[in-house]
Ligand binder design. Structure first.
Ligand code: PLP
Length: 430
């Protein structure tokens, strides 16, 4: 079975397009400049992880510089293939800034390799389009990030790829939806918009029952500090690095990490050919964000729990979804696979649409905006914004548990007392 799963997981046409025939040869592993021993913590790795820079002199920059060159001089034409393999030749295919950010993410995720992308959707679509071909079947959750849902629902079918939507975070539903042509199991955890938690180990195990099938998980809400899907057997983990990894609302970026050589090479070849590469300037900011990720996640989680507890006891709030609350339907799964529970809270304002709108428009400190995972707190109303009529019908919203009173709060790293005071004054107006 293991052999079966390893072979032919990526269409061979894509593998052949990379120019180098042996995936193992093409995967130049970045060499870490520090000696991490097995006990080295994620906090330390997030701060220190840095790959060797080719052609160094006597000193080494403590922070990788931004590689602005779009192309690289080569000395002899016969060295071209070696440069492709061991150096950089053209920035779309690789540069030191992107490799430094990818290396740090890979160190935290515990992967064989990581690639960085122009945005989270770039990482997700490149992964899907590399791994799938016409005639394949995908099993995906009925509620996920709206962009992912839209790609699955409206775009993949145009390429002859069949998608079955199942109740999010229910592993048994994945098992029941398996067909002879199932190729990819897709999950998101904690998931948009209601913060359901998928049992990552059980999800990976179901995927392994189907020869050559691949599991892909969007781990954006957790970040590698709170959960590491690859360690639990998941094949591919994707992130919108626009969120916690970048962490400051000043870049859009994405990542894909895997322990599977064939998948890594396939996606690298596809990205190299089709684009969606990250700008070196944004790669620099992404790496800078990663350096403080463990600290920020600790504060997001602390604030998240405090605000979730405050909201849960408030008479104008009818329901709170936060993986760290015992009332969360998958609290036990969350406790098992997450080191703490992050800064995302979803809650229902009693009375539905109008009270929810009044609340989000009355806040003075917390900003009404889409996106999440930044230092400042952001709030949004899914039924009119991210999961509104432009994307979903009322029936789809109902199926995904997105009620009119639902509000999504991304808790930042401000003082939690100030945030609670802001919610208090806004709730008084509801
Ligand atoms: N995945 C999740 C869970 C998200 O929340 C988002 C964006 O909000 C994305 C993917 C898409 O990421 P990006 O906006 O960086 O393309």
């Amino acid at each position: 079975m293991a052999e079966n799963r390893k072979l032919k997981r990526v269409p061979s046409s894509i593998q052949d397009s990379g120019g180098i025939k042996d995936p193992a040869e093409a995967l130049r592993r970045a060499t870490e400049t520090h000696h991490f021993d097995p006990e080295t913590s994620l906090e330390t790795k997030a701060v220190c992880a840095q790959p060797e820079l080719k052609g160094q002199g006597l000193t080494f920059p403590v922070v990788p510089s931004i590689s602005v060159a779009s192309t690289y001089r080569i000395n002899r034409v016969d060295e071209y293939n070696d440069c492709l393999k061991d150096g950089y030749i053209y920035s779309r295919i690789g540069n030191h800034s992107c490799e430094s950010a990818a290396h740090a993410i890979n160190t935290l995720e515990g992967g064989l390799g990581t690639l960085v992308f122009s945005c989270g959707m770039g990482a997700i679509t490149t992964t899907l389009l590399t791994l799938l071909k016409a005639g394949d079947h995908v099993i995906a959750p009925d509620s996920a990030y709206s962009g992912t849902y839209s790609v699955m629902k409206t775009m993949l079918p145009n390429y002859g790829i069949e998608v079955s939507f199942i109740k999010a975070c229910d592993v048994e539903e994945y098992r029941k939806a398996i067909k002879p042509n199932t190729k990819l199991f897709y999950g998101e955890t904690p998931c948009n918009p209601c913060l359901g938690v998928l049992d990552l180990k059980a999800f990976a195990d179901v995927t392994k029952t189907v020869p050559s099938a691949i599991s892909v998980v969007d781990s954006t809400f957790g970040s590698p500090i709170l959960q590491r899907p690859l360690e639990l057997g998941v094949d591919v983990v994707v992130h919108s690095c626009t969120k916690y990894m970048g962490g400051h609302s000043d870049i859009v970026a994405g990542s894909m990490s895997t322990k599977d050589e064939e998948i890594l090479y396939g996606i690298k070849a596809f990205q190299g050919q089709t684009g969606s590469c990250l700008s070196p300037f944004d790669a620099f900011l992404l790496l800078r964000g990663i350096r403080t990720l463990p600290l920020r996640m600790e504060k997001h989680s602390l604030n998240g729990l405090r605000l979730a507890q405050y909201l849960e006891q408030h008479p104008k709030i009818s329901r709170v979804f936060y993986p760290g609350l015992p009332s969360h339907p998958q609290h036990d799964v969350a406790k098992k696979q997450m080191s703490s529970f992050g800064g995302m809270i979803v809650f229902e304002v009693a009375g539905g649409l109008q009270p929810a709108k009044t609340l989000v428009e009355s806040l003075k400190l917390i900003t009404l905006a889409v996106s999440l995972g930044s230092t400042e707190s952001l709030i949004e109303h899914p039924a009119t914004m991210t999961h509104g009529p432009l994307l979903m019908t009322p029936e789809d919203r109902q199926k995904g548990g997105i009620s009119d009173g639902l509000v999504r709060l991304s808790v930042g790293i401000e003082n939690s007392v100030d945030l609670i005071r802001d919610l208090e004054q806004a709730l008084a107006k509801v």
